[in-house]
Design a protein around this ligand. Structure first.
Ligand code: 9MR
Ligand code: ZN
Length: 594
């Protein structure tokens, strides 16, 4: 055993040292490091062996940095820019992290709690990127992550604001959409608006559903903090909070995807993915795509719309009661369709269609989420009864080994019920769900504490969009914290953010234009096709994906910052949403007015 461990360790060290000097990051080309910080102290060089959260840490949280080489002496924290030593820190013992192949040591800098800007200095290794300590440090990342959605707007010309005004595209996808043969219909329909899903320009009901549910929850749970936070959107919004203005852009489109019957269409895309072009150059026929078999509309698309429109009815009510009514009536019509229509799945792309499939053969979770949110909005016994008779279908109720995702929204249905305050809630059922949610959170926390990088991912979790799994685990922990507050839940949720923002094996923030070094070549058509070198801002890329059988790298290292790598370096509305959720939760209690 020991021998094998030593061999592994030795191999790991070789691996690390082989990669530390010659490893080429896209960000090394300087654009990814917008501030070349003059490292005055001893002319220190930046070292990729010292990984910190490139945004920083909240005042009261446990603050961890990761060291991937042996230190020759004490690590110090210096203030930036005056280089004063503010703390001298011990380094934890070495352990081997098999998911990355790194030998890691934890540096605990929790004692540094005075708001300010700092960096770590490790003797004979170098210095870290600088980072901040403070309680308002996530405001800008929140705004920039929401700006991603503004950039994804379809059906309109987009020019980002302020510093980002070099990013723009002309009006796109405004011609009517044609009913594809898979809809059983003919003719055309206006379907403008919404957000482009990802690096492609498709618009998909299912993926919009989880994205919107997550964003609306982020707002609803943090309304006090978020109401006055300004975003870089083009509208002057009067008294409607800016976040809700951005979200409405996609909500209006989702509502258009609902058929007269109450059912909802699966997607609006061209037949094939376009090349690396700007959206306005994508002139192929826009199609409404159905399941290919009667009733052509699907249970999953409809369940998603019902849940989202039900949440929206609550959230928009104080600002726009007419719009709230419109959302609620759409949700109720959708529910009637769900009740009267047996399961109808989108099993695979119909003939001639090659865009994102978002295929799903299980609809009980979407039905449950629809019932849960309609109950929460109305208190109506019909929805409540459906929820009560169906919620126990899966055991354990929450999967601590795999968070909710576009295909599976079961946990969202349960969390909604767990945090609901209305008097009609069944207290025993609520308690049962809460306890299971806390069990799952405890298991996630344990995994985080055992992981070399404090990542919630298991080895099996390095799949397509693994960064979204990281964020969604964080969201589970934040929801658990709302059920029963514990510092461990907060720390572990923050660990997810820190991983995404640079405290990872690549020493790179996975969110474009946030932190000091970030992906330069996301799979994102507007970034590919425009003449700006840096990618559009605020985009969380998919992250390491170990599903390629021919790979030799450890799972967590299987990420490539190249445009073609859509399996590791694409962006998507459902991946940014839990990032926005985590950032919303990390904002200071009284929303600053930037
Ligand atoms: O996020 C989706 C991931 O879970 C799937 O494994 C993958 C392959 O089916 O598809 C991902 O979604 C893509 C969608 O199909 C089309 N737009 C881009 C999405 C992100 O890559
Ligand atoms: Zn468009």
């Amino acid at each position: 055993m020991i021998k094998r461990y030593e061999a592994l360790l030795w191999f790991a060290m070789l691996f690390v040292s082989a990669h530390s000097s010659g490893f080429v990051y896209a960000g090394d080309s300087a654009e990814g490091i917008p501030e070349q910080l003059g490292a005055k102290a001893n002319d220190l060089q930046y070292s990729d062996h010292i990984k910190v959260c490139q945004v920083g840490y909240l005042v009261d949280e446990t603050k961890i940095a990761i060291l991937t080489t042996e230190p020759q002496g004490k690590v110090v924290v210096r203030s930036y820019p005056n280089d004063e030593i503010v703390a001298s820190l011990p380094v934890g013992s070495v352990s081997f992290d098999s998911d990355t192949g790194d030998s890691v040591r934890l540096i605990d800098l929790t004692e540094v709690s005075k708001p300010g800007q700092y960096y770590l200095e490790v003797p004979s290794v170098g210095r870290s990127f600088d980072f901040r300590v403070g309680n308002d440090i996530f405001t800008r990342p929140f705004q920039v992550s929401m700006l991603f959605y503004t950039g994804q707007r379809c059906g309109t010309a987009v020019r980002l604001a302020g510093d980002f005004s070099k990013y723009h595209h002309a009006q796109c996808h405004v011609s009517d959409a044609h009913f594809d043969a898979s809809t059983g219909r003919s003719g055309k329909r206006s379907l403008t608006g919404g957000w482009h899903d990802a690096g492609d320009f498709g618009r998909y009901s299912i993926n919009s559903g989880i994205s919107m549910g997550t964003l609306l929850w982020a707002y609803e749970l943090n309304a006090e903090k978020l109401r006055d936070v300004e975003l870089m959107i083009p509208e002057k919004t009067g008294h409607l909070p800016q976040m809700l203005t951005e979200i409405r852009w996609n909500l209006d489109w989702m509502l258009k995807m609902q058929d007269q019957s109450g059912g909802v269409w699966h997607k609006a895309t061209t037949a094939k993915f376009p090349g690396s072009i700007l959206p306005e150059s994508d002139n192929a026929t826009m199609l409404i795509v159905g399941s290919g078999h009667d009733p052509f509309l699907t249970t999953q698309a409809t369940g998603n719309l019902v849940a989202v429109a039900a949440i929206a009815a609550r959230v928009y009510r104080p600002f726009d009661p007419d719009y709230a009514d419109q959302c609620l009536s759409a949700a109720k019509r959708g529910w009637k369709w769900l009740e009267s229509t047996p399961d109808s799945h989108f099993k695979t792309n119909p003939k001639g269609i090659e865009t994102g499939a978002y295929e799903d053969n299980e609809a009980n979770d979407e039905r449950l989420w629809a019932a849960s949110e309609l109950f929460r909005t109305t208190g109506d016994a019909r929805y409540h009864e459906y929820f009560l008779k169906s919620f126990r279908r899966i055991r354990p109720m929450f999967n601590s080994g795999f968070p909710h995702e576009w295909k599976n929204v079961h946990a969202l249905a349960l969390y909604g019920y767990a945090i609901e305050k209305r008097p009609e809630v069944d207290p025993k059922v609520q308690q049962e769900i809460r306890l299971e949610a806390l069990n799952a959170a405890d298991e996630i926390v344990n995994r985080v504490l055992l992981n070399g990088y404090r990542v919630p991912l298991s080895t099996e979790n390095y799949i397509w969009g693994s960064n979204a799994l990281v964020a969604n685990y964080g969201m589970m922990l934040r929801l658990a914290h709302r059920i029963s507050p514990k510092p461990q839940y907060l720390d572990a949720a923050q660990d997810s953010l820190h991983y995404l923002l640079g405290r990872n094996t690549f020493n790179t923030s996975f969110v474009t234009q946030i932190g000091k070094r970030w992906p330069m070549n996301p799979h994102h058509r507007p970034s590919e096709a425009d003449d700006v070198v840096e990618p559009w801002p605020g985009m969380l890329i998919g992250g390491p994906n170990a599903q390629n059988a021919n790979e030799k790298r450890p799972p967590a290292r299987q990420w490539d910052d190249v445009q073609q790598s859509f399996t590791t370096n694409e962006v998507a509305i459902n991946w940014n949403a839990p990032l926005v959720f985590l950032l919303s939760e990390a904002l200071p209690n009284r929303g600053p007015n930037p």
